[in-house]
Structure formats: C-alpha cells, structure tokens
Design a protein around this ligand. Structure first.
Ligand code: SAH
Length: 451
C-alpha cells in the first residue's frame, strides 16, 4: 500500500467531522465526505502507522439515501458538504459520530438526550465571510468561498442557500461594482493586492444588517459611491452599518488594523430569548441565531436549580450564556479574550437590566488564577482546541459541584472530559444541538457533576 496508489474502498461507518471509514488491509482508512454504504475508488494521500487517508476519485457504488443538491454551488463550494443527504440522515450521522467518539474514549453511563434540529435548515446564518479572488488564476474577479480541493481559487456564491436573500443581494452588488472598477484582489502568497473580504452580519431576530468591506492598505479608494449604492438596495432587513476595515495581516484571517464607519454605526443588535445583544464587527457570536436560542435553552435546563448560585461563564464571547442564566443566578462572572466582546458584554448586561453580571477581558488560563469567588456552576464554551490544560487544572481546583461544557468540537471535548473524569467528575448527561445544517459540525452540551 503506497501513497498515490488507488484502491476500491467500502465505507462502513462515519466519524467526526464528516469522514467515511473503511478498512484497507489491517488499517482504518479515512475518506472525507464519503458515506456509509458507498464503494469508492480512492487514492491514498497519507499513510501513517495507525491509519490511512484517501481522496475519493469516483463513486463505484452509491447509496440509495442521497437526495438532489439544493444549491448551484454544491460541486465547487467547500461549505455544505452534506447537502445531498436528507436532514434526518445528517442528524443521525452526527449523533452516531459523537456517541462513538465518547464510547471509544471510555465515556459512558450518561443519559443521552438526543440531537435537536436547527429551526431553519436554509437561510440560517447570521454571518458570512466571503473572500475576493479569482476562479482561475488571472481571471475575472470572484467573491465567495474557497473552491473545494484546490489551494487557490474562489467560487462566487451568489446563490448560497444557507444565507438569505439580503446576503445574496449585497454580494452580487458589491462584486458587480468592484468588477467595473477593476480593483485587484489581495493575493495571499505575494501579499499584494487590495480587496480581501466582504463580511455580512444580519441579526435574524431584529433584521439589522452590517456590511464590512475588508481591504489591505495598498490603495486609497473612495468608498462614497459604493456606500450610496449599498444604502439604496431594497433590503428585507434594515441596513444599520457599512464599514471599511483595513487588514494588513500576512495570514489568511479576517481581522482589522483599522475600522472606518462609512454609514451608520459599527455594530448590530440581536435579540435572543428576550435579551438584547450588541454584536461588534469582530466579536464572536453564534452564527445561527434561532439555533443558538435552543442551544442556550439546553444550557439553562442543565443548570436546573441555580437560584442564588455563583456561576462562571468561561469563554463568554459577548456574554450571551451568562446573561441568559443570570436572572436565575446570584452572580455571573464571565471571562473572554477579545476586549471588544467583553465591553459589549458589560454594556449588554446593563441594557438588559442585569446587575449581577461581571465580564472580564483576558485569557481564561490567566484570569481564572485570580478569581476569588467560589463558583457553584462553571460553564465552559471554549474554541475548537478545547480548554487550555492550565485553565482546566484551575477549573478542577475550584471544586464546583456542577460543570456545563458546551463544545463545538467533540474531539477536544472528549480529551477534556477524560481529565475531568480522572479528577472526580461524572458525566451525567449529553445533548446535541445542530447549529450547522449540511456541514459536518455539531454542538454538544454536557452536564458534569462532582462525584
Ligand atoms: N460563549 C460564547 C462564545 C463561545 S466561542 C457564545 O456562546 O457566544 C469561544 C469564545 O472563546 C470566543 O469568543 C473566543 O474569542 C474566546 N476565546 C478563545 N480563546 C480564549 C482564551 N484563551 N481565553 C478566553 N477566551 C478565549
């Protein structure tokens, strides 16, 4: 078995995130996006001691549970890789993937409460980051997503189905405008060019729209004409903000060295479960608002009786979870790295009339060492990498009777759960919430108790 060789592979099961698994020789073989029941022709792309990875070249025998794609861009856009599976089946796969991961890692004997559907399967996103580029090297300007399986190349996604009509309208208008102006897009290798990203945020429940055009500082461009044009588009929502951000970072990340307000203000407001949240251009906010309401309701249910308890909300973003549970709690302390998110969190708490919340800016692993309160419930909602080992050690030392872990990555979740288990905690119940239809991602909420 050699790298580059081709083999017929029967896919037997699925593993997170969205891999089809077969057996080749005596090794497990991983094929991205392949489905249980398929027989594929795969080329080996990676060979390790413990496993092999292959790329599907052709489907030799297909499954009968596939459905037609609902989006024009499906073949090229890397976004919704599971769009040709019915939504019910997608949920079944996600459930299976998380449960087997937990089981393989010795995490069992918990109550499993199933997976909750996203309230909307299409048009569900409240944020999208589109990239400027070209479809073929040197070709016409495109604006959208990276092309699946290619290092370079951007496919224009003016028919994207996981956003609503306002997004498509803005994308189409912005692309047409910049094509006419013949402005160069930024190139990630040479670090040359101007247009980098178009970020759109639209609060689902209030309809407020923010448009952020991200460029390098390599040109001086007058945005007044574009601003005027964007102000007069017929939106279903309400345009409240147009921004121009300068990003000279050499890395392929969307961030800002400077933000200029071209129209309106520099934030939108979203309403979740009756509370208001100010969302600033670069702070984290769950990208599926209706789904987030369900996710946070699960967290609130898992808290059970939180009357007069001290709650830590670690990795709190704009303080959503903390504020949703605050009316029941004695006191909420939130910690978050991004300063602008923390400022918004403190402002939001005031706006919502909550005076028992305090949000602190800083790295959880550092801030946690100086927290003097004794928490009775600790909520953890870390980024994909999971909780930093130092932070986890301090979490354990607080000896809180209850922990609630909200995870967007079951792989790092199981590693952290193992540490908690070794330190006298018991995994009590698990519930999954699908915030990302048609993608392999899923949120897990875990209730953990001190033995
Ligand atoms: N609970 C929030 C945010 C969860 S996402 C919500 O539901 O909206 C994870 C958050 O952790 C992000 O806001 C990110 O900025 C923050 N973060 C990442 N690394 C961190 C660290 N080391 N210390 C504190 N916060 C961190």
């Amino acid at each position: 078995m050699k790298k580059g060789n081709e083999y017929e592979i029967v896919i037997e099961k699925t593993e997170f995130p969205g891999y089809g698994i077969g057996i080749l020789g005596d090794k497990k073989i991983y094929v991205k996006n392949a489905l249980p029941g398929q027989k594929i022709l795969g080329r080996i792309t990676k060979k390790k001691k413990e496993y092999i990875e292959a790329k599907a070249l052709e489907i030799l025998e297909d499954v009968d549970y596939k459905i037609p794609q609902s989006c024009l861009h499906f073949a090229e856009c890397g976004g919704c890789s599971h769009q040709t599976i019915s939504y019910e089946k997608q949920l079944e796969f996600k459930k299976e993937q998380v449960l087997s991961l937990l089981k393989e890692n010795g995490i069992d004997n918990f109550e499993f409460l199933g997976i909750e559907k996203s309230p909307e399967q299409f048009g569900y996103r409240n944020k999208m980051e589109f990239t400027f580029g070209d479809y073929e090297k040197g070709g016409e300007l495109s604006l959208g997503m990276h092309i699946k399986g290619r290092t370079f190349g951007i496919v224009t996604v003016d028919n994207c189905q996981i956003v609503d009509e306002d997004y498509r309208k803005i994308l189409t208008a912005v692309l047409k405008y910049f094509r006419e102006k013949r402005l160069p897009h930024y190139r990630i290798l040479s670090h040359e060019g101007y247009l980098r990203n178009l970020v759109i945020r639209k609060a689902k429940n209030t309809g407020e729209i923010l448009i952020n055009i991200v460029t390098s500082s390599q040109m001086d461009f007058d945005f007044s004409e574009l601003t005027e044009m964007l102000r007069t588009l017929p939106y279903e929502g309400i345009l409240v903000s147009i921004l121009h951000s300068i990003n000279d970072s050499l890395a392929d990340v969307v961030q800002a060295d400077n933000i200029e307000i071209l129209y309106g203000r520099d934030y939108i407001t979203e309403k979740l479960l009756g509370l208001k949240f100010k969302i600033t251009p670069f702070s984290f906010f769950q990208t599926n608002s209706k789904g987030a309401e369900k996710l946070y309701s699960i967290v609130r249910d898992f808290m059970e009786d939180s009357q007069s308890k001290v709650v830590f909300d670690l990795y709190c973003g704009t303080g959503t979870i903390g504020q949703i549970v605050a009316p029941k709690a004695k006191k909420v302390i939130g910690v978050e790295l991004i300063e602008e998110a923390v400022e918004a969190a403190n402002e939001n708490a005031k706006l919502n009339g909550l005076n028992n919340c305090k949000f602190i800016a800083g790295d959880v692993a550092k801030v946690i060492q100086n927290l003097k309160d004794k928490p009775e419930i600790i909520i953890l909602d870390p980024p994909r990498a999971g909780v930093h080992p130092i932070a986890l050690k301090y979490v354990v030392d607080f000896n809180a009777p209850d922990l609630i872990y909200v995870s967007c990555n079951p792989k790092s979740l199981v590693n952290d759960l193992k540490v908690l288990k070794d330190n006298g905690y018991v995994i009590q119940k698990v519930k999954l919430m699908d915030l990302f239809p048609h993608t392999p991602h899923v949120e897990c909420v875990v209730k953990i108790e001190k033995k």
